[in-house]
Write a protein that binds this ligand. Sequence first.
Ligand SMILES: CC/C=C\C/C=C\C/C=C\C/C=C\C/C=C\CCCC(=O)SCCNC(=O)CCNC(=O)[C@H](O)C(C)(C)COP(=O)(O)OP(=O)(O)OC[C@H]1O[C@@H](n2cnc3c(N)ncnc32)[C@H](O)[C@@H]1OP(=O)(O)O
Ligand SMILES: Cc1cc2nc3c(=O)[nH]c(=O)nc-3n(C[C@H](O)[C@H](O)[C@H](O)COP(=O)(O)OP(=O)(O)OC[C@H]3O[C@@H](n4cnc5c(N)ncnc54)[C@H](O)[C@@H]3O)c2cc1C
Length: 629
Amino acid sequence: MVSRNRSQVKDHLGSKVLNHPELRNTKATEYMSHEEKYRYNLSRATAMLKLIDEEGMDVNEISKVMSHTVSGFTTPDGNPLAVHQVMFVPTLMNQADDDQVSRWLGDVFNGTIVGTYAQTELSHGTFVRGLRTTATYDPASRTFDLHTPDVSAAKWWPGGLGTTANHAVVMAQLYTDGQPRGIHPFMVAIRDRETHRPLPGITVGEIGPKLGQNTLNNGYLLFDHVKVPRENMLMRNARVNEDGSYTKPSHQKASYGTMVFTRVAIALDTVDALQIAATIAARYSIVRRQGEPRDDGQEPQIIDYQTQQLKVLPHIAACYVLRASTARLWEHHTHVTSEVRGGDTALLPELHATACCLKALVTQDCSEAIEALRLSCGGHGYMTASRLPALYAYATAGATYEGENTVLLLQTARYLVKQAGGSHAPPAAGSAVTYLSRPADDTPFAVGSPAAYVAAVGRVARGRVTEVAAALQADRQTMPEADAWNQSLVQLVAAALAHGRYFVVREFAEVVSQQSSSRAIQQMLQLLFSVYLAHAVSRAEGDFITYGGLTPSDIRLNRRHLLRLLAELRPHMIPLTDAFDLPDRLINSTLGAWDGDVYRRMFEQASHSPLNTDEVPASFHQAMLRSKL
Ligand SMILES: CC/C=C\C/C=C\C/C=C\C/C=C\C/C=C\CCCC(=O)SCCNC(=O)CCNC(=O)[C@H](O)C(C)(C)COP(=O)(O)OP(=O)(O)OC[C@H]1O[C@@H](n2cnc3c(N)ncnc32)[C@H](O)[C@@H]1OP(=O)(O)O
Ligand SMILES: Cc1cc2nc3c(=O)[nH]c(=O)nc-3n(C[C@H](O)[C@H](O)[C@H](O)COP(=O)(O)OP(=O)(O)OC[C@H]3O[C@@H](n4cnc5c(N)ncnc54)[C@H](O)[C@@H]3O)c2cc1C
């Protein structure tokens, strides 16, 4: 298939997905049982998978289709095949050797093999080295013995594992020659391909209801000495030979590669969720009128309240700014992955550090923003049919899965303090950390100058990182490493976030500086950037005084500046969200449809409540009778 740019992909997929014969007719799922929801979402996820296959989409295109996971259109309650698509297949592609790829991939693509990524256990998610599922190699039978030592080591959480997958990539502690070799991936059949019953020695099931994404089909999995052929350890990186001899991977964390990929995908995807929420809140904020009538006799549109502008508009700017940096991260990931496949792992540490902090920053910002946008819709934002609760549930899951955000920020901080202390290999050309080894940018702060704001964001990042690196260094002289590290955790997390913010604003500064064919577009990008920067300062005023070189007077001026910018942005709010080009059926919100016919839609959705079918539901009398007894 020819390669297309993002907007061509979107147009193409827009029509393909929305008009697909098995997808175009949607149903409201709110009143379905858990099993009915699962059936509905699984059949739609399967149709999506077939579409991906028929179209021969490349990974960028798949990412756009998969991002429909956040929409209310394709799999409104969570995609039971998401982990198959986002983690299982990429793990096979990148961690299986060529023979293994040719052995399995045909069956994966014809739908015979459906997989999951089974890493997390009941007692260990974050600390991957602590996983306790074992894979012990026996040279006599040339098999691995996969075993769960006790219930706390049960796999718990993998998406699609509950009732969907028949295979799993299982991350387990490898033992050869009686020696522990660390965590390695194994391809394991868990259910019969014909009957779908669990195979001998396997205990598997679904874990139960969650805050959201209830048809993601998360599961549990235990092994009772299950024999797995030697050829089922994924061997692109490390190898176990027939006699049990072990060959190490080229990079000690090669087996963590899928996590890096998924962090990048989540960062990109969560911005899509924010775009949907911002579109809903923007449209609702002009439809909704409430308050003392103005001179024209009409009650004001709520967006004309300054407080509402602050609740909504900075998040529209964030959609644009975060889209640019996450798209750049995606491109960078593609580049580094091909280098790593060629045996050059030099860029991997920084990719890991950047993916960790952007995944954390984006999911944190987006979930806070979506919650603010939900609140901006008042009572109606609390309705499921507004779609805002599901979008929040989606975004906040991203703060936990694929590496809990605090933990990921600490990975970034580890890289940053090593860079600041000169104890890491020097950064490559174009690295995002060169600023740490240069003098601080002393561009004086001036309200209204984006370049001055970017410099201040850089001073905050630099100040945060160098300060905590020095504190850590000092503590290391007087206490054990683990205590010194723990003593600085809060400041390390703040330093990593500040670094992430600097990365994001530098990327957008580059977008704004590029010549655009339209002066109006360039001016709009500048305005969006100014809003984002002024809002960033207002959210972290203390940091900008402490490290950024701003005075209390600058802070006051920035507060006023932000509010003026919001008023300037307000007339453009609807075109800016229309530009996300999200069809109504994809948004699937009573509050966020293009025509603004909010109240009719709200009544229409209420008519679906089963409690409205009869004037007096039978359940009322049954319950009242019981309470009288
Ligand atoms: C094809 C489809 C395309 C797109 C899809 C689009 C949209 C879809 C989007 C969303 C999908 C929706 C739904 C999916 C649903 C769910 C998915 C979620 C699935 C999961 O959650 S899977 C489980 C994830 N688990 C984790 O992330 C665990 C987190 N923990 C860790 O990663 C590790 O334990 C750790 C990194 C915290 C620590 O590891 P360690 O103890 O082994 O290492 P150290 O801290 O000691 O560090 C040593 C050294 O190693 C470096 N390091 C660590 N990790 C990496 C890495 N990954 N790569 C490179 N280097 C790494 C570290 O920096 C240290 O280096 P140093 O030089 O010694 O300092
Ligand atoms: C919806 C959903 C889908 C998922 N899908 C999958 C899947 O498909 N496959 C899979 O394998 N897993 C999956 N997971 C599991 C997920 O990856 C883990 O839950 C996640 O990595 C967090 O790990 P944890 O649960 O162990 O959290 P914990 O580590 O127990 O976190 C609890 C608290 O401890 C803190 N903490 C822990 N360690 C440290 C530290 N070193 N320093 C400072 N603070 C620390 C954290 O910051 C957090 O505040 C999924 C989870 C969810 C919610």
